[in-house]
Design a protein around this ligand. Sequence first.
Ligand SMILES: Cc1ncc(COP(=O)(O)O)c(C=O)c1O
Length: 461
Amino acid sequence: MENAYTAMRSAAEAAIAYRRDTASAETNPVATYADIFAAFDAPLPETGGDPQAIIADLIARATPGIRAQTSPRFFGWVIGNSHPTGVAADWLAAAWGQNAANVSAAPAASAVEAVAARWLLELLGLPAEASVGVVTGATVANFVCLAAARSAVLARAGWDVEADGLFGAPPVTVLIGADAHATVYSGLKYLGLGAKRVKEIATDDLGRMRPAAFEAALKAASGPIIAIAQSGQICTGASDPFTEIAPLARDAGAWLHVDGAFGLWAQAAPARAAQTAGVELADSWATDGHKWLQTPYDCGFAIVRDAEAHARAMAVSASYLPPADTGERDPSTYVPELSRRARGFATWAMIRQLGREGVAEMVERDCRVAAHMGETLAREPGITLVAPILLNQFMVRFGDDDATTLKVIAQIQQDAVLYAGSAAWRGQTVMRASVCSVATTMADADISVAAILSAWRRVRG
Ligand SMILES: Cc1ncc(COP(=O)(O)O)c(C=O)c1O
């Protein structure tokens, strides 16, 4: 065993060294999948190995293919910083080997998760009575919330979907903004609600649902209705107009779910909270810890106002699983898994690390960095800001041309001073950047702008 403990120490040291190197570094060019596959490709080991050699090999062979997602100038997808405090808590979760399914198996993990869940609701300005499932990410959080929605709207129609499934159930109308995230459709697919049977609601230039179109769709619907809104459109960062659509949903008896993977965190930043005004009127909310709370992967939250519907959709019982006593909270009641990582430790640690003020400051700073970068770039001839910057995401186009835009993005990625990727918006190719890290500063914004301008000028010639 001593050898294995030494291997744990060397893993920790390598991890710390890596984080020191990427704390201010360029986003290293990475080895390809093929390179790394070749480095690992070997016959199935017939016999066991030495812990130190195994960990040393893992570090040496994997490191060239590690993308510097924790770099302060990593603006791809929507990526948090995996803050070292959260990582340290996560190391303990793994080392303690807790199966955080229920109170009897894991009292500390269950209790810490319960406290973190309460803090989270307060931080996000959501109803204190809501239940929170701590899941792997927003994809699963959307699925869990929609399972609760399905349960509640069908129960109101006299149907027990948990017992009888969807065979012969009253049809459910699903309304969804036309610019919803792809993973919401995944949730609908898993739930037998059909990714293609939804009614898409027309959106405006920034991807926000048009309230009049939503109202008309509600009027046209009959029977149980689930309406899906979002906070933080993946390209524009825009949130749906909740103060207008939430009362419409309520009056129609619809369940209103909000995919707020990152945008819901505007709630925690007073200067940005106007973006999400009225979001607390919804029935359920999906969000991520590994985005704007900066926890390590994997961490997301399924938040449901009707805790009973949430538990009905997810809870599991078996004779060998002792139920929680009154006043205790079994984590597995609100998630699709039984055996699970103790994600509450990293959630608790990161809320303590940042505090209410730290979260507000980070969200506000990331938004200012995004605005500064987008607006500075747009002053350069040939670079267009594709949409006004509302939150932490921005899009630019180079030479008003798809191929040129892709060439500039490729040059930026090759230069590796920052990372940004491409996306399609309203039929055009854009460079899309997301600022979602506690590590990013205005100095990073200026370094990044200079690198982007340099790439553009070289491509333009
Ligand atoms: C709006 C939105 N919804 C859902 C997701 C999926 O989240 P995850 O990848 O954490 O499952 C994302 C991811 O970026 C997102 O931006």
